[in-house]
Ligand binder design. Structure first.
Ligand SMILES: NC(=O)c1ccc[n+]([C@@H]2O[C@H](COP(=O)([O-])OP(=O)(O)OC[C@H]3O[C@@H](n4cnc5c(N)ncnc54)[C@H](OP(=O)(O)O)[C@@H]3O)[C@@H](O)[C@H]2O)c1
Length: 275
């Protein structure tokens, strides 16, 4: 049995589908099973941070989101026979990183707890997700102009199903214990060009209008806590005109090349169309 936390998330949901398709028994954890809309063939179980013993009966492997990680959870996993934990960490963890950045702190804390747990581990450290482009979906559904920050900010966005494909191989194959996999998409693209690519996938011409981050950020990123917003904007500012890291790890691990942003946009046209 493989336990998947974040099973309703972009990556976790794709991983649940892949593991079920591969004939693996999956326990999918969510804080709200009634709203989860997970496949009937998954064992959908409420995530209980205060009662981790309820989660791991019969399990041998765990796919973990940093948000769900804690020392008691890892201890319960180990006590019930889990041997290998695969963490969805972050590419922010690297040489020379700002270790006080809240995103760094969250993922580094989870990595440390896992190191200390005595479980075998694999850390997936993806950089920017292509799903970050969903920040523009409400504007694209409403019209052809997209107000955003840092038009020239560069990234190599990764398709969520490519992260899930790597996680699937790491969970099902031998030889990934103790490995750190840095994951990116196949090519650099600017924010303005991402919006243009979404337009092409929709058959529309979209225009990116750069706005002042200090003014626009609270409205554009309503789910980001105010104390993190300024740091997030600083991280985005640092990407302007700077070529991003591009790794070949998706292809190395899965045998298939990482999908382009254009492909991601094509796969997600429904998210940008008015229902
Ligand atoms: N966006 C990026 O560019 C980027 C880059 C590198 C790493 N990451 C990391 O990747 C993760 C986001 O992945 P995603 O896009 O697949 O996720 P997502 O779609 O935002 O969904 C978040 C998932 O995490 C679960 N979750 C949230 N808080 C939780 C908590 N306190 N306890 C247990 N479960 C919790 C949610 O489960 P429920 O069903 O219970 O709501 C949901 O399934 C984050 O850890 C993020 O830091 C993101």
């Amino acid at each position: 049995m493989i336990v998947v936390t974040g099973a309703t998330g972009n990556v976790g949901r794709a991983l649940v589908d892949r593991l079920l398709a591969a004939g693996q028994p999956v326990r999918a954890l969510t804080r709200d099973p009634r709203r989860a809309a997970l496949p009937a063939s998954a064992d959908v179980v409420p995530f209980r941070a205060d009662d981790p013993d309820a989660l791991f009966g019969g399990a041998t492997k765990l796919f973990l989101y940093a948000q769900a990680c804690s020392a008691p959870l890892l201890e319960a996993a180990r006590a019930h026979g889990v041997r290998h934990v695969v963490l969805l960490s972050s590419g922010v963890i690297q040489e020379g990183a700002d270790e006080t950045h809240p995103i760094h702190v969250m993922h580094a804390t989870a990595e440390r707890q896992i190191h200390d747990s005595g479980l075998a581990w694999t850390f997936l450290r993806p950089n920017a997700f292509a799903t970050n482009a969903l920040q523009w979906a409400p504007q694209i559904r409403a019209g052809d102009t997209v107000r955003g920050v840092y038009a020239g900010g560069l990234s190599a966005p990764i398709h969520e199903d490519d992260i899930a494909a790597v996680a699937e191989r790491v969970l099902l194959d031998d030889g990934h214990e103790g490995a750190v996999h840095r994951l990116t998409g196949p090519e650099a693209i600017s924010n303005a060009d991402q919006v243009a690519a979404i337009g092409r996938a929709l058959g529309r011409q979209l225009t990116f209008v750069e706005t002042d981050p200090a003014e626009a950020a609270p409205e554009l990123f309503p789910y980001v806590p105010p104390q993190m917003l300024e740091r997030l904007m600083q991280s985005f500012a640092a990407t302007v005109g700077v070529p991003p890291e591009i790794t070949g790890t998706v292809e190395k691990v899965t045998g298939a090349p990482a999908r382009t942003f254009a492909r991601w946009a094509h796969d997600h046209t429904a998210d940008f169309r008015t229902p």
